[in-house]
Every structure is written in C-alpha cells, then in structure tokens.
Ligand binder design. Structure first.
Ligand SMILES: [Zn+2]
Ligand SMILES: [Zn+2]
Length: 288
C-alpha cells in the first residue's frame, strides 16, 4: 500500500501557514508516507501573496511553497504533488491535476465562480473534492453542499472536530460520495499519529494521475486513527445550509441532514455520546 497526504499548507503559499515547503518531505518520508500534495490557500482564500500582483507574479509567488517542497522531495526521492485549495464563501475546494500553465491560461480566475472553477478544472482533466464540508467557524456564515458535479469530499480532516467529520461522513454515505482524508497541516507540530490520509495499491505518479483516478471513481482507501473520534457527541448543525441540486442552490432544512445522520446509524443529539466505531462502520460502507 502506498500512503499519501492530500491536504497541506506552506508558509510561502498560505497566510496561515507556518512551515516552509522544503521542510515537509523529510518529515513525511520518515513517517512512512510515499508522497504529499501541497494545497495552499488560493486567490479567494487565505493566500499569502498579494492579490495586487500581476497574475503571472501572483501565480509564481503562490506556487513557491510547492516548488520548494518539490525540490526538497526530489533530493531524497520523495514524491511532492501540486494541488490547490480555493475558497468561495467559506466553503473550500481541493483541486488536483492542474498546473502552472492552467493557472496562467486563466487570468480571470480572480473572478471565477464555483461553477466556472469546476468547468475549467474538468476541461483541464483535473478533479475537485470539497474540503471539510461541515466546518463550523465564526468566519463561515453558511454551509454550502455540492453533492453533484464534483468528484467527492474530504470525509476526514483532522484539523477539524470529530463531529464536523462525522457529519461529512453521514453526508457522503447518503449520496454515495467518494471521500478522501487529509490532515490540513499548517505547521509541523500538526503532523502526528492522529492524521488521516489516503492509500492506493499502486503508486500515484503525478497530480494528473490522482485526478484521473478520482474522475474514474477509483476510490482511495482511507487511513485514520480511531482515537481522533473518541469522546464524540451526537451531531448538531448550527449553521444554515445551502445545497446545490439539479444545477440550483436551495436552502436546506437541517432536519433533512439529521435524516442522513440517522440513516448512517449515528446519534443526532449533541448530548448523546457517540461510539468512535461508527466512523469505521461508515468508512467501510463507503468502500462499496
Ligand atoms: Zn489555513
Ligand atoms: Zn486547508
């Protein structure tokens, strides 16, 4: 089995990143990974370079963390792949399988919509996975769900709460969505035994290779630490939710989400405790 990190930030590309890209490959190699994807916050997210820069200069500055990680990885024979994390209204998307040429060929990206992002990435042979769909933070005013048109979601993101992850897994199960796992690491101290990631029987050769697997629905296997999910409560969605179905956004009644939670066999009350084993059960069901 080959083991990969799918979600990682550098100090060069992300304003909230602390670790230089060059530091990651040796640490991940030591921990038994076969590769990492650098997914810095892009233009509409918490990006590091100034948005005032001319597009080409912005792209060069944005890709610096990846470039530095790639150089360090090449020196020790460790795979480093390029990815992007883009943000709209707090909902974030991980993009795989596009490159510098794609970014330079789309200078109107600073104005793109979610729908244009998906269309352009697909036209370029890339794939889109929604990151941590049920994240609840004060800067997020609404949850946006995208069960159609994209390849899948991040079912496990260990920089978010166990409960936010469980809600994402119940959502994935209801729609049969493909899931991936990642750590969303911003600092080396976030790299630990609690992190999740993906596994494949054959090595991922490039970012395009991973995108192609997702587009062909070759589901990654997921690894995670069940201890991350201990002391979990039932699910309690506090933010309003909007969902895009049949090409249109509609407001959702949280009761519908609680129905997915019950379908998945999870507890829907935030006073009830929730056995960690439920996560393993849902991940098993999602393999089918
Ligand atoms: Zn961040
Ligand atoms: Zn992230």
């Amino acid at each position: 089995m080959y083991r990969y990190e799918t979600h990682l930030h550098t100090v060069e590309g992300s304003a909230c990143g602390f670790t230089p890209g060059a530091e990651y490959p040796a640490i991940y190699k030591e921990r038994g990974y076969d590769g990492i994807f650098i997914t810095d916050h892009f233009f509409h997210g918490n990006t590091r370079p100034s948005r005032e820069l001319p597009w080409r200069e912005y792209v060069d500055a944005y890709m610096k963390g990846y470039e530095e990680a790639k150089k360090a990885g090449d020196k020790i024979g460790f795979k480093v792949f390029f990815g992007i994390e883009e943000n709209f209204e707090g909902d974030e998307y991980l993009i795989y399988g596009v490159d510098r040429e794609f970014l330079l060929a789309h200078p109107t990206i600073p104005h793109w919509t979610r729908e244009e992002m998906i269309k352009w990435v697909h036209e370029a042979g890339g794939a889109v996975m929604q990151a941590h769909p049920f994240r609840d933070r004060d800067y997020i005013k609404k949850i946006h769900l995208y069960p159609e048109d994209i390849e899948g979601i991040e079912g496990i993101n260990t920089a978010n709460t166990a409960n936010d992850n469980l809600a994402a897994l119940c959502y994935a199960l209801h729609y049969g969505l493909m899931i991936q796992a990642g750590s969303d690491t911003h600092h080396t101290h976030m790299i630990n035994d609690m992190n999740g990631g993906i596994l494949y029987d054959t090595p991922i050769e490039s970012e395009t290779d991973y995108a192609q697997r997702l587009l062909k629905r070759e589901r990654p296997k997921i690894f995670f630490n069940e201890d991350f999910f201990k002391d979990m409560k039932g699910i309690n969605i506090k933010l309003p939710v909007e969902i895009r179905r049949g090409g249109r956004w509609e407001d959702m009644d949280v009761a519908e989400i609680m129905e997915w939670v019950r379908e998945a066999g999870a507890a829907g009350n935030d006073k009830d405790s929730q056995p960690a084993g439920i996560v393993r059960e849902i991940v098993e069901k999602l393999k089918a």
